[in-house]
Write a protein that binds this ligand. Structure first.
Ligand SMILES: NC(=O)c1ccc[n+]([C@@H]2O[C@H](COP(=O)([O-])OP(=O)(O)OC[C@H]3O[C@@H](n4cnc5c(N)ncnc54)[C@H](OP(=O)(O)O)[C@@H]3O)[C@@H](O)[C@H]2O)c1
Length: 258
């Protein structure tokens, strides 16, 4: 049975660990990101260690058109995807009015529009072929609004909502969608999002390998949502919804602000 994954954002962090874990399971894959060098190094590493084929596509998938172009490249190469891992994404610290607007628009394009585009195009391919699995990398940020990372938190709220809804629709077609909602993870994310020095950046971070394993295993079981830390899961699901909204906003603000 074929077991080919498409992993976006595989050049670093959680994405590279998804690739390593999938290779351990003996799966072929297509790894995508803008930086070619780390993708090629990952291909060498995984093909040497496991009996798998890794295809590198160094491409920006930051817009729906680029996501469509990626899908076309897969078609042209005759590669069929069994597992879609929509992992590429980035955040950005700062008061909304002070941030560069185009940066937030790029964030929405990548974190939301490209993810929706790939889910639609590859989801249709999966339906035609009788099934498949999707893992949408969201965040614990999706459970409440995030002052000083307002756009990022809102993009992830979209991802968690969208993933659950399409899972409900697609189950009859043999396709599941799992939202992975990690807390802080030690990757390039903090630096890219300019979060150094915030309370968030000082919190204990999970390793990207443990987070990738948590999400991948949940996806294989067809779970709706995976949160890598059980204590955080309890707080987000059982305490935060009962707290006064203004208190939640202040609490989140205190760890995002500089
Ligand atoms: N780290 C955390 O604390 C944390 C917590 C919750 C959720 N997450 C989520 O986890 C996911 C992975 O992030 P990470 O923590 O592993 O951070 P990371 O190390 O910065 O990885 C981000 C990946 O996305 C790729 N990427 C960024 N823009 C892209 C674009 N336009 N086109 C194609 N690829 C692009 C990057 O590669 P290139 O630069 O080579 O393109 C990189 O491979 C993200 O969706 C993030 O929101 C992270």
């Amino acid at each position: 049975m074929s077991n080919t994954a498409l992993i976006t954002g595989a050049s670093s962090g959680i994405g590279a660990e998804f690739a390593r874990y999938h290779a351990q399971k003996g799966g072929d894959m297509v790894v995508v990101a803008r930086r070619q060098e780390p993708l090629e190094a990952l291909k060498l590493e995984l093909e040497a260690a496991h009996n798998v084929k890794v295809t590198v596509i160094a491409q920006d998938v930051g817009t729906p058109d680029q996501a469509k172009a990626l899908h076309q490249k897969l078609k042209d190469a005759g590669i069929e995807i069994d597992i879609l891992i929509n992992n590429a994404g980035f955040g950005g610290q700062g008061a909304f009015l002070d941030r560069v607007l185009t940066k937030d628009q790029e964030m929405i394009d990548l974190n939301i529009s490209a993810l929706v585009t790939l889910s639609h195009l590859i989801g249709n391919d999966m339906r035609t072929r009788g099934g498949g699995k999707m893992l949408q990398v969201s965040s614990t940020a999706s459970f409440q609004p995030g002052p000083y990372q307002a756009t990022y938190f809102a993009t992830k709220a979209f991802v968690t909502s969208f993933s659950q809804a399409i899972d409900q629709e697609m189950r009859k077609d043999g396709i599941t969608s799992t939202a992975l909602c990690p807390g802080v993870v030690s990757t390039e994310f903090i630096e890219t999002a300019n979060l150094e020095g915030t309370g968030l950046s000082k919190q204990k971070a999970a390793t990207p390998a443990s987070v990738a394993k948590c999400g991948y295993d949940a996806m294989m079981k067809g779970e709706l949502i995976a949160i890598n830390e059980s204590a955080l899961s309890f707080v987000l699901n059982w305490l935060v919804p009962l707290m006064p909204r203004r208190r939640v906003l202040k609490m989140v603000e205190s760890v995002q602000v500089k």
